[in-house]
Write a protein that binds this ligand. Structure first.
Ligand SMILES: Cc1cc2nc3c(=O)[nH]c(=O)nc-3n(C[C@H](O)[C@H](O)[C@H](O)COP(=O)(O)OP(=O)(O)OC[C@H]3O[C@@H](n4cnc5c(N)ncnc54)[C@H](O)[C@@H]3O)c2cc1C
Length: 430
């Protein structure tokens, strides 16, 4: 293979955009194949690269106490495009890193389009990549197009691994009743006034909460097809009605917990439960309902969610939904450089490797991009040491001891937390 041959990255989502950036900044030409807007997916809405399909949160930004925050830190050290752009388009959200999604995606698209070593091909790769693509990163995500998914399945000789995931609704701010709802981040977290007031809260008393739980359980749900019935849910992002079915108080101890909040409309009355909405854009015109991913039918969602005090007249910019995720059995199929053992010219990155979430997927894109660049340039680059959050996140085999030649972004932390076995952190919450 010629040194100037491009590396092909399939999928311009969180992982593919990051991988393309890492290759280009290392001096390696890239062709980034993104099927949108020619072919769409159930969840993506536009043509922009790195689109956030549901929540606008990269979750905790606390790199001392939180695993995802530590991953943010490592990606910043490694000059990550996704995290750097997220920082420039962040919204107040207490200790979380929330993002103004459209300018974020537009900035990633513009950066990659402007890079002289990046060519963007807007077309579906509808089968295995052609044999003359000598090095490929497959980063097609949980909604990999059916033709490519089938080809990968055939090549890996695996029956599909899948789980169900769901998406939360978004409400127009102007339709929320502020005589009942109030602005406050839990425990008033945040350094600025904007961060301390990043959430809108809707209080429920005991009767309202009990009736709400009943309505969730009784509501009409989307039916699964026969072949989907044995597919499990992703535990970090359960539909709200599934949580309700697990116990009367499950929601009160989950996304509707009433702690760390004081209702200024009734400061002496402690709410029994609180529904939180998080700002979804910089203008503050949209709010997503935190933890309200659901598979209820659309009509039922409108009816049930309008029983929440403050949302009686809610106008929905988007309703919730459910989708099936497909991923590889990475520990068995991939080597520690994220290459397919059966065909090492194919490297995998992002959610298709079995990680879950925007941040984890981008981190795997960063790793795949750097490893592919090093291989192409003949540089030695070991996978990240076991003490990093990146290694803990990777589903492919990772080393068991720190190695001396890792790049700065993977260097060992002073107080490395033990993150092994904790890969599935919630992706839907704050
Ligand atoms: C409905 C839904 C809700 C979610 N909610 C959250 C959430 O709240 N928080 C969170 O952190 N994560 C959430 N996730 C997970 C998150 O979206 C993923 O972890 C992350 O986007 C995965 O990054 P990726 O790059 O692997 O895939 P994606 O970001 O999905 O990017 C894959 C890209 O590949 C393209 N593509 C697919 N097939 C082909 C092909 N054959 N040829 C060319 N292009 C192709 C797609 O168009 C897409 O742009 C959700 C996912 C879904 C589907």
């Amino acid at each position: 293979m010629e040194a100037r041959d491009p590396i092909h990255v399939i999928g311009g989502g969180m992982a593919g955009s990051e991988a393309a950036w890492q290759l280009a900044r290392a001096g390696v030409p890239v062709v980034l194949h993104e099927m949108r807007p020619v072919v769409g997916t159930f969840a993506h809405r536009g043509a922009g690269l790195a689109e956030l399909v549901c929540s606008n949160s990269f979750r905790s930004d606390d790199d001392e106490q939180n695993a995802v925050g530590l991953l943010h830190w490592e990606m910043r050290q490694a000059d990550g495009l996704i995290i750097g752009t997220a920082d420039r388009h962040s919204l107040p959200a207490g200790s979380a890193l929330a993002i103004d999604r459209e300018p974020f995606s537009a900035a990633i698209t513009a950066t990659l389009e402007a890079h002289p070593l990046v060519a963007i091909d807007r077309a579906e790769v509808a089968g295995l990549p052609p044999a003359d693509w000598g090095s490929v990163i497959v980063a097609t995500g949980p909604l990999t197009s059916p033709a490519l998914a089938a080809a990968i399945r055939e090549l890996t000789d695996e029956s599909a691994l899948a789980f169900f995931d769901a998406i939360a609704p978004i409400v127009h701010f102007e339709s929320i009743d502020l005589s009942k709802a109030w602005f406050q981040s839990r425990y008033d977290k945040g350094e600025t006034e904007a961060e301390r007031t990043a959430y809108l809260n809707c209080p429920m008393d005991r009767d309202q909460y009990e009736a709400f739980v009943e309505a969730l359980i009784a509501a009409e749900k989307t039916e699964f097809k026969d072949w989907e019935r044995d597919t499990p849910y992703f535990e970090g992002c359960l539909p709200i009605e599934v949580m309700a079915e697990r116990g009367r108080d499950t929601l009160r101890f989950g996304p509707l917990k009433p702690v760390g909040l004081t209702n200024p409309h009734a400061p002496d009355r402690k709410p029994h439960a609180v529904v939180q909405l998080r700002r979804d854009n910089a203008l503050g015109t949209l709010y997503n309902i935190v933890g309200f991913q659901t598979k209820m039918r659309h009509g039922a969602q409108v009816e049930v969610f309008r029983t929440i005090p403050g949302l009686e007249n809610a106008a929905f910019a988007r309703l919730g939904g459910i989708h099936r995720n497909t991923f590889l059995n990475a520990p068995r199929l991939l080597d520690d450089r994220l290459r397919l053992r059966a065909d090492p010219r194919l490297r995998f990155a992002g959610q298709i490797t079995g990680v879950e979430g925007y941040v984890e997927s981008a981190a795997m894109g960063l790793l795949a991009g750097r490893l592919a660049a090093a291989d192409r340039l003949g540089h030695r680059l070991d996978p990240p040491p076991a003490t990093t959050a990146a290694a803990a996140t990777a589903t492919a085999p990772t080393p068991t001891a720190p190695r001396p030649t890792s790049p700065p972004g993977w260097r060992r932390r002073r107080r490395p937390p033990d993150l092994r076995g904790r890969r599935r952190l919630p992706t839907c919450g704050a």
